[in-house]
Design a protein around this ligand. Structure first.
Ligand SMILES: C[S@@+](CC[C@H](N)C(=O)[O-])C[C@H]1O[C@@H](n2cnc3c(N)ncnc32)[C@H](O)[C@@H]1O
Length: 258
């Protein structure tokens, strides 16, 4: 991709997420997820993504790390899913995100998880990770990769900072429309990973469809609760993706650094 277009895409993404992270996720919007996900809603993690409790358990397990090991969360957002996984695995955790607002809030969430001292949150870009080679024993990324214009660059960065045999575990969406990526496996191999598993997450489409339908249905409630600017992102996302959900496939991937 042309470098200027890529820079512009990254800048727009940063503006979008800084806006999203200006305020806490509203209770009215969280209620939609609670109602749709039921007991699979990761209440404590309070994610800014479509991750479920089942996904979080799987990611924690697939990272194959334990106390004393070090993991990197790429695009950690407000940190909830990463903190949940850090506590579950016992590993030392570093979360990076483009958004300063997200990182500020992630630092505030830390005290909810009782794992201070083993956690570090930093503003950072997945395109150019600010860590030396072989720094981490595992890496994760929850619902971020589909925003990335060039995943090969990001996968190469992940491979660079991971130790040999370390696992990179992520969730994202494939997109069957012509100009988008519909299979990440070749990019992973080109970046220096062996793909260990590549599965569609169970029930994702039904959940995501219901969340979008309810978001549109409850538009007025969301606007009242979050204001027009706050609700706009979620209503626009629902309107944009609801008609094309059949072109998407949400996957959970485990890749091992060669
Ligand atoms: C859908 S949110 C997911 C956040 C978090 N993983 C979660 O599950 O709550 C996507 C996140 O990716 C971050 N992001 C997008 N592009 C990035 C990049 N190049 N480097 C770092 N973070 C990025 C955004 O700022 C945003 O926080």
């Amino acid at each position: 991709m042309n470098e200027k277009i890529e820079e512009k895409a990254l800048e727009n993404l940063k503006i979008l997420f800084e806006n999203v992270f200006r305020k806490e996720r509203s209770e009215s919007y969280r209620n939609i997820f609670r109602e749709v996900y039921k007991e699979d809603y990761p209440e404590e993690a309070n994610p800014d993504s479509f991750v479920t409790l089942t996904d979080l358990r799987t990611i924690a397990e697939d990272l194959k790390v334990s106390r004393g090991k070090k993991i990197l969360d790429m695009g950690c957002g407000r940190g909830g899913p990463g903190l949940w996984i850090a506590r579950e695995t016992g590993a030392n955790y570093v979360g990076i995100d483009l958004s300063e607002n997200a990182i500020d809030q992630a630092k505030q969430r830390l005290s909810n998880f009782n794992i201070e001292g083993t956690v570090d949150f930093r503003v950072g870009d997945m395109y150019a990770l600010d860590f030396p080679e072989n720094s981490f024993d595992g890496a994760l990324s929850v619902d971020v990769i589909s925003f990335i214009p060039d995943p090969l660059v990001v996968f190469k960065e992940a491979a660079r900072v991971l130790c040999p045999d370390a696992h990179f575990v992520f969730t994202t969406w494939e997109n069957k429309t012509s100009q988008k990526i519909n299979d990440y496996r070749s990019y992973l191999r080109d970046a220096g990973f062996n793909v260990i598993s590549y599965i569609e997450t169970s029930g994702w489409k039904e959940r995501q469809r219901k969340v979008y339908q309810k978001t549109i249905e409850l538009k007025k409630v969301l606007i009242k609760d979050m204001g027009r600017d706050g609700a706009f992102t979620w209503i626009m996302e629902a309107k944009r993706y609801l008609p094309i959900l059949d072109n998407l496939r949400r996957i959970l991937t485990v890749a091992r650094k060669i």
